[in-house]
Design a protein around this ligand. Structure first.
Ligand SMILES: *Cc1c(COP(=O)(O)O)cnc(C)c1O
Length: 731
């Protein structure tokens, strides 16, 4: 059947639609959109690192028109654009029903980093990833939500490894025209420019808008010709420079963020400080009230009514502290507007307001100026109450007003493509036909939830994973094989690119590097020392035996960056890479350079086991292990952060028990022993216990249990609802 070619106006409309789509991050969690961009330029898609905006710029207008003259392609584009528009215009959302006031007076979420996608590398780690996932789920839920962060034009550093296996940091300039960001302009199309006082200067800044589904996020940027060069460079890098850079970045984020909202006419009802970095926003709220003639007590109370604060780490160095002289320098100009003395400001950031030796702590300011505060897991809530009890003298620890909401992940954003297709087939009637012998497409969840975004987050859907009639062991096992193979081929490609990992004569060996049948254990995260990346290799001799066991082989894939100033972390990296090249682990252990969102997604989907061995209780929550569940990857982790709540004895593996010794030496020794014990007594035997068809029944049962119990629970779909119910919509 021949179909009519498109009219010129239909063509123009579809092209405009594709451009709109590329500039809304919704496509990053929509499979069909990704497939369209990928098809336009398969190599470009790979080389440009899955950047839809850049792919569209690479394909000429003429080529695009020719493609769209293929009626099937045009039809697919039309369908994607229709679901995109339906998403944007959906009236029947959770937010509308449960937090309608926020649609008029939104939550403004301040964060020093946002990790949305690999093409916008402006996050350093878990904090930014969480912020990005928070925004995506706020959008899916239809919440009134606006993000604020900074536009770092060199982003976070890229990692390469030199001849000495030492991490080398380098930076690349991001090109705004190739990114899903657009300048924030006024009615006449002129950039909106605001300013903040820094030191004695008035520093101007502009903003970029990122469309995160239905929600905007604004990234502030001081790179304007009217600023002195060192102020232009303030937004160069994530956590770049020294403590002076840091305090000025935080002034921009907190104070600048509030001013941008005023300039845009947004009337927030809640200011959410994601970590202490954002706490200066409280000073700006106080300044506004003082300027209207209110008393300090009233002004502080007013700020307090609107602010909520999430603390993210019990690690001391994770809490910014500034000396009085740095505060004096940074706030010189601002103080005259604030109508407060330096001492009065310092008091807000001190546990003991009158202690002249105490530095200014951002966490203290946040706790003093927020009406509610929370940690990011149950244990982290406890630890935080203990840590900050000093701010509430005489109040018993359990009464300290710091609660907890356990972190989650944005499920669709983390799902690897084949996995999204896998689940979609089981959820929708318009997906591909079900495989012969399996259950047909299931429309119940779709109808009940009225959208894929909420259907996939429905606990009742995941409950069905326990039912072998809904999904068979063979299907799950086939999916696991597919994902492991994809990861291994990805790792081989990356190692070939890394080049120097094996000597010249070894290049042929890349095709044999790693074993697609072997139990694959992944470890990837920031190489902060408390996460103890090399812990497993403390039992070196035994690990060598395990990887060389021909009938039950084990292999390891590592990745992660150390902070540029963290030499101890870099030594850990060096150690792991050294083992991967020169020890008996060679070929069974690889280190993938330049860990980022794409590497993370490949690893959590392809590995069989996700290893996490932080020094408890320093992992406030952790989220990478949460990304494993929907891919059928099992956690093997210390009972810290989220895993302490998630683990139930049937859905993965625990290292040690729900306690930890006080001494670090004792802890490291015990944890290493327990890790080895769990690995050899539980993980390996269960993985290799196969039935007559070669299916590891017990292993797959654990995968099912992990899907039933963990996936819906540790999602930002659940988390953002908790924030809304517990903090955003209560006064
Ligand atoms: C998920 C993620 C993290 C956080 O990992 P944790 O193990 O929770 O510390 C950090 N970086 C990237 C790129 C991630 O995707």
């Amino acid at each position: 059947m021949s179909k009519k070619p498109l009219t010129p106006s239909e063509l123009t409309e579809l092209i405009a639609g594709l451009n709109r789509l590329a500039r809304n991050l919704w496509w990053t969690w929509n499979q069909e959109s990704q497939e369209i961009f990928q098809e336009l330029s398969p190599r470009g898609w790979q080389n440009l690192y899955h950047n839809a905006v850049a792919v569209l710029r690479e394909v000429s207008d003429y080529e695009l028109r020719v493609h769209l003259q293929d009626p099937d392609f045009a039809e697919r584009v039309r369908r994607v654009l229709a679901s995109f528009d339906a998403y944007l215009n959906e009236k029947n959302t959770w937010g509308k029903a449960n937090a309608p006031d926020l649609l008029k007076n939104p939550v403004i979420y301040f964060t020093a980093e946002f990790g949305f996608h690999e093409t916008l590398p402006i996050a350093a780690g878990g904090l930014g990833i969480l912020a990005g996932d928070h925004a995506k789920s706020a959008s899916d839920l239809g919440l009134g939500f606006v993000g604020i962060s900074l536009f770092y034009r060199e982003g976070y550093f890229q990692q390469s490894i030199n001849q000495d296996n030492w991490q080398v940091d380098y930076y690349t300039q991001l090109q705004p025209k190739n990114l899903p960001i657009e300048p924030v302009v006024d009615k006449n199309g002129e950039p909106i420019v605001c300013s903040v006082q820094m030191g004695v200067s008035e520093v101007k800044f502009k903003a970029w808008r990122v469309n995160v589904g239905r929600c905007p996020a604004y990234l502030l940027d001081t790179n304007l010709p009217e600023n002195e060069q060192h102020y232009r460079d303030l937004t160069l890098r994530v956590y770049g420079g020294d403590s002076t850079t840091r305090i000025l970045q935080e002034i921009l984020l907190g104070i600048g963020g509030v001013r941008l909202m005023r300039a845009l006419g947004v009337e927030p009802s809640v200011y959410h400080m994601n970590e202490g970095h954002a706490a200066f926003l409280a000073l700006e709220l106080i300044r506004e009230k003082l300027a209207l003639g209110k008393s300090f007590a009233d002004a502080l109370n007013f700020a307090k009514k609107q602010c909520i604060f999430t603390t993210h780490t019990p690690v001391e160095a994770g809490h910014d502290r500034f000396t009085a002289s740095l505060m004096d320098y940074a706030f010189k100009g601002y103080l005259s507007h604030l109508k407060m003395s330096l001492d009065e400001v310092m008091a807000l950031g001190r546990v003991n307001p009158t202690d002249a030796n105490e530095p200014f702590c951002m966490t203290v300011l946040a706790l003093k100026s927020a009406r509610a505060a929370n940690g990011v897991s149950e244990l982290h809530g406890q630890v935080s109450r203990h840590m900050w009890q000093c701010l509430w003298p005489g109040v018993p620890e359990e009464k300290i007003p710091i609660g907890h909401i356990t972190n989650g992940i944005h499920l669709l954003g983390w799902m690897k493509g084949p996995v999204r297709r896998f689940w979609r087939r089981r959820l929708t009637s318009n997906g591909a036909a079900a495989a012969p012998g399996t259950t047909g497409p299931n429309t119940d969840f779709w109808n009940k939830n009225n959208s894929w975004e909420s259907a996939i987050n429905d606990p009742a859907f995941w409950q069905k994973m326990g039912d072998p009639n809904f999904i068979s062991d063979e299907e799950i096992w086939a999916l696991r094989y597919k994902l492991r193979r994809e990861l291994i081929e990805f790792a081989r490609r990356r190692l070939l690119l890394q080049g120097r990992s094996l000597s010249q004569g070894d290049f042929i060996a890349f095709d044999h590097l790693l074993n697609p049948d072997a139990l694959t254990i992944g470890f990837a995260r920031r190489f902060a020392t408390y996460k103890r990346a090399p812990l497993i290799f403390q039992q070196f001799e035994q690990i060598v035996k395990l990887v060389n066991d021909k009938s039950r082989p084990v292999q390891f894939i590592f990745a992660g960056k150390a902070h540029p100033r963290d030499d101890e972390g870099k030594k850990y990296i060096q150690h792991v890479i050294h083992l991967s090249k020169y020890s008996e682990l060679k070929g069974h252990l690889v280190f993938i350079e330049n860990y980022d969102i794409h590497v993370a997604r490949s690893m959590v989907s392809g590995c069989d086991v996700w290893l996490n061995n932080p020094r408890r209780p320093l992992e406030a929550s952790g989220t990478s292990g949460q990304k494993a569940g929907c891919h059928g990857c099992l956690n093997l982790s210390i009972l810290d952060g989220w895993w302490r709540e998630g683990y139930d004895g049937t859905n993965g593996f625990a290292i040690g028990d729900d306690s930890h010794p006080a001494s670090i030496e004792e802890q490291d020794r015990l944890d290493s022993e327990n890790l080895f014990k769990a690995l050899t007594q539980q993980v390996i035997p269960t993985f290799y216990d196969r039935d007559s068809n070669g299916i590891p029944k017990k292993w797959i049962q654990m995968i099912r249990r992990a899907m039933v119990t963990l996936v819906p629970q540790f999602s930002t779909w659940r988390m953002v609802q908790d924030y809304s119910n517990k903090y955003y919509t209560t006064k």
